[in-house]
Design a protein around this ligand. Structure first.
Ligand SMILES: *[C@@H]1O[C@H](CO)[C@@H](O)[C@H](O)[C@H]1NC(C)=O
Ligand SMILES: *[C@@H]1O[C@H](CO)[C@@H](O)[C@H](O)[C@H]1NC(C)=O
Ligand SMILES: *[C@@H]1O[C@H](CO)[C@@H](O)[C@H](O)[C@H]1NC(C)=O
Ligand SMILES: *[C@@H]1O[C@H](CO)[C@@H](O)[C@H](O)[C@H]1NC(C)=O
Ligand SMILES: *[C@@H]1O[C@H](CO)[C@@H](O)[C@H](O)[C@H]1NC(C)=O
Ligand SMILES: *[C@@H]1O[C@H](CO)[C@@H](O)[C@H](O)[C@H]1NC(C)=O
Length: 320
């Protein structure tokens, strides 16, 4: 009977396989009863904004919140430990284990729970909020899913500054802005790419943003416009600011401007008035021993001079 025992062994093996298969189908049926689903797997939020992320779970009719547990955890890329963002247990928030980073910023929209929606809201999103979020739900069955959150911070406001180094006849242009991820800074004027002579440095702010400062020291042509471009490679977004030397140039030449717009017209007016006065005096003496014919001629000349005075005064006001 040496041939029977292998047969039995084979049938035993088949039974084992069958049992395993049955168990597996049963297990999958159990998990099919309670599954957490995510309508959106990746969220992108702007720094400082609010974001809501959603997990769905099955609710049959009315919900018994006392039996529900919802846990949201966050894990940053490259970090070993995860942070507890929000825990809902036995019908209420369970704050003791919440990570300090999320205190006052994370909440679960309780009114949505009865619809089978576990919606986490994070306000005033920070760069450090980016990462992988686990939502685990226990409601007569346990399941969980992961959601990814990306945070971007465009270099929106660019602060500019122009300084002059009189001793070297050079200008120092500065552009500074905060954002995330790290941006490259390019400089250009109407014709040239000037990035080669710029010095760009950055520091990290407490909020995890890059504080980027770029300084260009340059001997510019007169009244030129310079542009600094913050290029965010990962977002493929750029913002720019224009720096013009014209403001400083005009202070440099303000002496000349003053001369042209004020002193010259004033001298002209004074000179014309003096002339008018002399003519008036002459006419007075002339009038005493002259006929009416000459008087007409003189009043015409006087009118001409007066119009010249008015014209110079006008140009003076425009210049000022
Ligand atoms: C974010 O949410 C808070 C609280 O709900 C609200 O006061 C604030 O205005 C929201 N901010 C934005 C940018 O929507
Ligand atoms: C929902 O509950 C009712 C009774 O409360 C039950 O008959 C039904 O099978 C349940 N449905 C699901 C999908 O669990
Ligand atoms: C750039 O600026 C930093 C700080 O202002 C300075 O330490 C560094 O030497 C500068 N680099 C160049 C190439 O000028
Ligand atoms: C960014 O850096 C500049 C100097 O480079 C500094 O004046 C400014 O306060 C910094 N801003 C923040 C938010 O750290
Ligand atoms: C300054 O302007 C002149 C002509 O207007 C031009 O030839 C020269 O290349 C300019 N230099 C710079 C550095 O822009
Ligand atoms: C510089 O920019 C201002 C305003 O953007 C413009 O009016 C001016 O013509 C520009 N100057 C040059 C030299 O391009």
């Amino acid at each position: 009977m040496g041939s029977v025992s292998p047969l039995i062994k084979i049938s035993e093996k088949m039974f084992q396989i069958l049992t395993v298969l049955l168990l597996e189908t049963q297990l999958s049926r159990v998990s099919a009863l309670f599954t957490v689903e995510v309508p959106q797997q990746l969220y992108t939020a702007e720094y400082g904004s609010n974001v809501t992320m959603e997990c769905r779970f099955p609710v049959n009719g009315s919900i018994d919140l006392g039996l529900l547990t919802v846990v949201w955890e966050q894990k940053r890329q490259g970090w070993l430990k995860s942070k507890e963002v929000y825990t809902f247990r036995n019908g209420k928030a369970f704050p003791p284990s919440q990570h300090p980073d999320y205190i006052g910023r994370a909440s679960l929209l309780h009114s949505e729970l009865k619809l089978g929606r576990a919606i986490l809201q994070i306000t005033n999103v920070k760069v450090t909020d980016a990462g992988s979020y686990l939502c685990l739900i226990d409601y007569q069955g346990v399941d969980y899913k992961y959601i990814a959150l990306e945070v971007k911070a465009p270099y929106k406001r660019i602060n500019t500054q122009v300084m002059r180094i009189p001793s070297e006849d050079k200008f120092v242009f500065m552009c500074q802005s905060e954002g995330f991820p790290l941006a490259e800074v390019f400089w250009q004027n109407e014709n040239f790419n000037l990035s080669g002579s710029a010095n760009t440095t950055y520091t990290l702010t407490a909020d995890g943003l890059y504080n980027v400062t770029s300084i260009l020291t340059f001997k510019p042509n007169m009244s030129e416009n310079y542009t600094c471009v913050f290029w965010n490679k990962e977002l493929n977004a750029e913002t720019s600011a224009h720096v013009s030397t014209s403001a400083l140039m005009s202070t440099q030449y303000s002496g000349k401007k003053l001369l042209i717009s004020f002193i010259i017209p004033t001298s002209v007016i004074v000179a014309v008035l003096l002339c008018a006065l002399i003519i008036f005096q002459k006419r007075k003496t002339f009038k005493n021993g002259q006929a009416k014919k000459g008087d007409d001629f003189n009043s015409q000349t006087e009118a001409l001079y007066l119009s010249t005075v008015t014209a110079s005064r006008d140009s003076g006001t425009v210049g000022l």
